[in-house]
Design a protein around this ligand. Structure first.
Ligand SMILES: [Zn+2]
Length: 290
């Protein structure tokens, strides 16, 4: 039997267990928490069809944050079905209405791979975009910074917490957690406060993007804290990229997992090294000027 919170696997680039999105039944009809990138829309449509729904049956898109693996398809979906409303943090909203800056920086990062990885990044008309407050469609909504400064999480009355990337990357069936820390706005202290907020709600389950539903929230969040501190410590002490990657891979392998490739696709260690290096540079500048 399937549960309402079972993930939709977007089968990003043909791989399962990399990018999940979630279908939520709201008082105003079906909504998706995150959309995946446009490149995975056919898989999403097939998964919706298996649940008896078409894309056009959706009423709302709830975005945890605007990174392309989470929200990339929003504009394309709304262009096809203009009745669909998009809910996003106030900081994220302008980039959904005009994604050109987002696209430009992503193209610099992904180069030739941009189109195959993400597909089209279409704008969402201003009138379809709603800045999130503390409640949306029967879900509680709250800021979940750390991974990104515009990140939010959604908490449902059934105890389901939709975390996006704020609870890290943990690809089932492995227990290993990667605190994915891409540039530009990793905030280690802010992320700890977010984990406080996630814990405070005593959720029954965590729906995370990469990947799946975690039914051991307390243990997962405790270990996320440790992993975040460990990552920050390693890079703060000047650890080079090769050693950083090798250590994490060895820890994953020690748990008997051979999903290193999926982990890298979901939460690149190369990007985490860059993001945390930037975090330390900025923090030390701040401290030097204090
Ligand atoms: Zn992500």
């Amino acid at each position: 039997m399937s549960n309402s919170w079972d993930p939709i696997d977007t089968l990003h680039r043909g791989f399962d267990r990399v990018v999940a999105i979630y279908l939520v039944d709201t008082p105003d009809g079906p909504a998706l928490v995150d959309t995946g990138p446009t490149s995975t829309l056919p898989a999403v449509e097939a998964a919706l069809a298996a649940r008896g729904l078409a894309l056009g049956d959706l009423r709302h898109l709830l975005l945890t944050h605007i990174h392309l693996d989470h929200a990339g398809a929003s504009g394309t979906i709304v262009r096809r079905h203009p009745h669909i409303q998009v809910h996003v943090s106030e900081i994220g909203a302008p980039h959904v209405v005009d994604p050109s800056r987002l696209e430009k920086s992503a193209r610099m990062l992904y180069l030739d791979e941009f189109d195959t990885l993400w597909g089209e990044l279409a704008p969402v008309p201003q009138e379809n975009v709603h800045a999130l407050g503390s409640e949306v469609l029967g879900l509680e909504c709250f800021s979940a910074i750390g991974h990104a400064k515009h990140h939010v999480a959604f908490f449902g009355p059934d105890g389901t917490l939709y975390c996006g990337d704020s609870a890290g990357v943990r690809i089932e069936p492995a227990r290993h957690i990667v605190a994915a820390s891409p540039p530009p706005d990793i905030d280690v202290e802010g992320w700890h406060r977010t984990i406080d907020e996630l814990e405070r709600r005593s959720p029954d389950r965590l729906c995370i993007t990469h990947f799946g539903v975690k039914t051991d929230p307390a243990d997962h969040l405790r270990r996320l804290r440790e992993r975040l501190d460990l990552f920050a410590e390693r890079i703060g002490s000047g650890m080079g990229l090769d050693e950083f990657v090798a250590l994490d891979r060895a820890e994953l392998a020690a748990q008997g997992s051979d999903d290193a490739d999926l982990y890298e696709r979901a939460g690149s260690l190369v990007q985490s090294h860059a993001g945390l290096s930037r975090y330390w540079t900025k923090r030390r500048e701040r401290e030097a000027n204090a």
